[in-house]
Design a binder for this molecule. Structure first.
Ligand code: NIG
Ligand code: FE
Length: 415
């Protein structure tokens, strides 16, 4: 008989059950499914029962069964957060570009002069697998302390087979949180393929995608659809091919200009479209009518001093909106979930309930994990974030939102 664990003495538990039922669309406060004086019964990492502690059905704990009790001291419990868009594995940093941007250079101008993504590519190619794992481990733990148990990690700073695989392998060696790896070979055109983006796409479709099938390093693929990077026709070729091969699709779409990436994501049934700053009303309608999760990344918008995506229009039209840090050394050198949430509230006019749903059930959807994560309900995994403060105080203070403890499948990741 699997061991039973009872998490109890919870002052309020945000189950997110209503938000989960609605597929993380049109979320209002009632959808947070708040239970006071709650308890959660867990068996083998899976949630067996959730409710008011006083109402725990006796029959669920058979006589003689081993029951471990974890007293959460009257704290608040939420489904653990899912950080669904990061570029976690890279070497070096680009603090110099921040200063250049403040002196007037644009992100694109810096890239044209050999800075930007390709600068990180140089440093990452030179780094060993061991060093990449070590830095990624430290970064992952920083996310975990904030209540995260699932981290998406993109490649894209290798831009040649062995280095793309090295990055994905490094992400796979991170211990603790659940790592979801995404291949982003078409993140930028490698210098060896300058002016030959189509050949690069052809090459990675021929070599990297089949290799990923074999080594299992990623079951999702992404592409940066943007002028000067990969334009729409190439993105269509790449994503269609990947889809045929059974990969889940994500798209960096409409970040710096309108390139058609959002509509392409809808057309191909991508799991997510990410950034979505320069979207049109037509895009909003198409996204809202689709299953595509809209991953908004306001920390990158803050650093690049561009517009924020029209979160209100998307949410009010019925789109599933999620949030993430986009942590990377260029456009978003921050791992702060609180900054992301505060920007979402301040600049994108999202309600606190919408932010909480975005970071839990919404981001679980973005990674195709909504059956297992994102809400605290029977049948789901016991991934829990425990906070000292009341839930109404979350995403209020920037830079200061560590959890009291974080549990993955009923086991402690951080206390
Ligand atoms: O999501 N837009 C493309 N990729 C990253 C930036 C990566 C970088 O600047 O290193 C992003 O913002
Ligand atoms: Fe990104």
């Amino acid at each position: 008989m699997a061991n039973l664990t009872l998490f109890h003495n919870i002052s309020s538990l945000l189950t997110m059950s209503g938000a989960a039922k609605k597929g993380a669309r049109f979320v209002v406060q009632d959808d947070l499914g708040i239970i006071g004086k709650a308890a959660i019964l867990v068996r083998g990492g899976e949630i067996l029962w959730v409710g008011r502690e006083a109402k725990l059905p006796k029959g669920l704990v058979p006589r003689g069964a081993k029951l471990k009790k974890i007293d959460l001291g009257g704290r608040t419990v939420l489904p653990a957060f899912t950080e669904c868009h990061t570029h976690l594995v890279f070497a070096g940093n680009r603090h110099d570009e921040f200063e250049m941007r403040m002196r007037g250079a644009s992100y694109q101008e810096i890239a044209e002069k050999g800075g930007g993504i390709v600068a990180t590519v140089k440093a990452t190619r030179a780094a060993s697998l061991k060093d990449l794992v070590a830095t990624a481990q430290v970064r992952a733990e920083k996310f975990v302390r904030q209540g995260v148990t699932t981290i998406e990690s993109k490649s894209g700073y290798g831009l040649r087979t062995k280095d793309e695989m090295k990055i994905l392998e490094a992400a796979g060696k991170v211990k603790g949180p659940r790592m979801v790896r995404t291949y982003l070979g078409p993140h930028a055109i490698p210098t060896e393929y300058k002016g030959r983006a189509a050949e690069y796409i052809e090459k990675i479709v021929r070599t990297d995608l089949p290799l990923l099938h074999k080594n299992g390093f990623a079951c999702r693929v992404d592409i940066f659809v943007e002028k000067g990077y990969f334009e729409l026709n190439l993105a269509r070729t790449y994503l269609s091919r990947a889809k045929e091969m059974g990969f889940d699709l994500a798209v960096h779409a409409e970040q710096l200009s309108h390139s058609g990436g959002a509509q392409l994501a809808v057309e191909l049934g991508a799991r997510s479209a990410e950034h979505l700053i320069e979207i049109t009303e037509k895009d909003v309608r198409a996204l809202a009518a689709s299953e595509v999760s809209c991953v908004l990344l306001p920390a990158a918008d803050m650093y690049l001093q561009c517009n924020y995506p029209p979160a209100r229009a998307l949410i009010d039209a019925g789109a599933r909106v999620t949030l993430a840090t986009d942590f990377n050394p260029g456009s978003s050198p921050t791992q702060s979930l609180s900054l992301v949430g505060v920007l979402a509230r301040l600049e994108m006019k999202m309600s606190l309930a919408e932010v909480l749903a975005a970071y839990t059930i919404g981001s679980a959807h973005a990674l195709g994990l909504e059956q297992k994560l994102g809400s605290v309900e029977p049948g789901k995994l016991a991934d829990l974030a425990v906070f000292e403060s009341d839930w109404t105080e979350l995403f209020y203070s920037v830079g200061d939102q560590n959890a009291h403890s974080v549990w993955r499948e009923g086991k402690p990741l951080f206390i």
